[in-house]
Design a protein around this ligand. Structure first.
Ligand code: ADP
Ligand code: MG
Ligand code: MG
Length: 475
């Protein structure tokens, strides 16, 4: 359970206390900041974004593997989004019981009926992994999920490397400080948005960041700033604002407050609570029907569901999406954990029996985003016992539980005392792509995000108040 080279520093309590102050101040100096939960709509009160005191060791080979597979994941998501037969079949059982996915799917069907009014596609995603510990001490990269809507922390993670470099220097670890990688997802995400804007082809058109109440506004601001560097104007609006001041002209161009919109960048809209009124759904549909580039469009949003993830793990499915690229299939499949259907029928029955027999081996997942929705341990049995004989069970998928090696670290957050925690990390990799018609005009891996949480929590991201920002220290 060692942090390797840093274990000595970790045990030096006086030094750790000093370093914690240094780290918080450096986070503020570097702009690793967020609004407080009490005042999420005002920047009068800000605090450092929660982060680890020390970076976390990550094996170089596994890290490079995660970067290397990203452009293939981009291609995969993009191809799924264009395959309506696949999406219909994959989600058929889910939409019968999951209202939220069903609502998204209805918008999708309407678009299929009317035809798309925009051939430019912009995908900004983040594929998340944990490093599953093998018996021989090595670890293997296993995908937790892929986020195709509102994938966050590309902004703040562009600024965290300098915080950890500084902490290590102050701790007398100059050499390790030089091993913290540069990272700039904000620039890469903005590059994708800028490319889509350029292809849209109107100098005056703006980017809309679709947002809700949001303590993580600074994370967005980094992307906005990258756009302003290119003199591309972006505005921030809520569903409610667009409902009042948005409209389509006869050519389906989207206007908000009289401004033509080239790209709608969703930083909300991924969970049912984001749609507070029926008007929010009307707005989603209006934007989807418009000529604005949607990031993501409705089919790409659906391609990121956990049900699709499970279907992709079935034999032969990846091959269908990469008929001439066995190498891409191999790279992607190597990152799959065991994923099991809960559809009605013998296969789903087998999954139920397996989960009930050994619940601790699995995670039960509904079609939700944002952290804190998964089901673990004995609760899996409670839930499955209640739904196992009805179609309700098809709202979930079952997944092998991944076991990363726990390491010691200190999690710095405003509302918690400084103490050493046993931690688990999750590595995210950002992908950006732009397609026009048949042409992939951009397909890149644009950076990474390491998040770390105390091992006592089985679920939950940074926004959910559980995980904190971290940096990989390659070993
Ligand atoms: P969400 O879309 O809500 O982020 P995730 O699939 O990422 O859903 O799950 C949320 C969290 O639950 C992850 O960040 C991770 O900490 C934990 N988790 C999810 N799947 C697994 C798994 N297979 N093994 C271990 N932990 C998992
Ligand atoms: Mg997610
Ligand atoms: Mg997640």
């Amino acid at each position: 359970m060692a942090q390797g080279i840093l274990e000595e520093v970790l045990m030096n309590t006086a030094l750790v206390e000093d370093l914690a102050e240094v780290a918080k101040d450096e986070a503020l100096l570097q702009g690793v900041v967020m609004r407080t939960r009490e005042t999420p709509n005002s920047s009068e009160l800000v605090t450092y974004a929660p982060l680890t005191l020390f970076p976390t060791s990550v094996p170089k080979a596994v890290f490079l593997q995660a970067l290397a597979v990203q452009t293939h994941y981009n291609t995969l998501v993009d191809r799924i989004s264009q395959d309506s037969d696949f999406l219909k079949e994959a989600l058929a059982s889910t939409i019968e019981v999951d209202d939220f996915t069903a609502r998204l799917f209805r918008i999708y069907q309407q678009i299929l009926k009317e035809g798309r009014s925009q051939s430019i596609v912009l995908g900004l995603n983040r594929s998340d992994y944990m490093l599953d510990q093998r018996d021989d001490g090595t670890s293997s990269l296993k995908q937790i999920e892929i986020n195709t809507i509102a994938a966050c922390f590309g902004g703040l993670s562009s600024r965290t490397p300098d915080v950890h470099r500084h902490v290590l220097k102050v701790a007398g670890r100059l050499e390790e400080s030089q091993h913290i990688l540069d990272n700039n997802p904000a620039a890469g995400l903005a590059q994708g948005i800028a490319k889509a804007w350029e292809l849209y082809g109107s100098e005056r058109a703006v980017i809309v960041f679709l947002v809700e109440e949001n303590p993580e506004i600074f994370d967005h601001r980094y992307v906005e700033k990258e756009l302003w560097k290119r003199n591309i104007r972006s505005i921030r609006r809520r569903f409610d604002d667009v409902s009042r001041t948005g409209s389509l002209d006869q050519d389906k161009r989207l206007f908000i407050d009289g401004l033509e919109v080239a790209v709608v960048y969703f930083r909300t809209g991924f969970m049912p609570q984001n749609y507070t009124t029926e008007q929010s759904w009307d707005v989603r549909l209006m934007m989807e029907c418009s000529r604005a580039v949607k990031c993501p469009d409705i089919s790409t949003h659906l391609a990121g569901t956990k049900k699709v993830q499970q279907v992709l793990a079935r034999p032969g499915v990846l091959e269908k999406f990469f008929p001439d690229q066995p190498q891409a299939v191999e790279l992607i499949r190597a990152t799959f954990a065991g994923l099991y259907t809960l559809d009605m029928g013998p296969e789903g029955d087998k999954t139920v029996a397996m989960a009930l027999a050994e619940p601790d081996r699995f995670v039960l997942k509904p079609q939700r985003e944002g952290g804190g929705n998964n089901i673990y341990g004995s609760e899996i049995c409670q839930v499955l016992e209640a739904v196992k004989d009805s179609t309700e069970r098809t709202a979930y998928i079952l997944m092998d539980k991944i076991h990363p090696a726990p390491v010691h670290n200190y999690l710095l957050r405003r509302d918690a005392p400084l103490k050493m925690s046993t931690c688990l990390s999750e590595l995210g990799v950002f992908g950006a792509y732009v397609r026009r018609g048949e042409d992939m005009v951009m397909n890149e891996c644009v950076g990474h995000l390491l998040r770390t949480k105390s091992s006592e929590h089985s679920d939950g991201g940074v926004a959910a108040g559980v995980a904190v920002l971290d940096n990989p220290l390659l070993i």
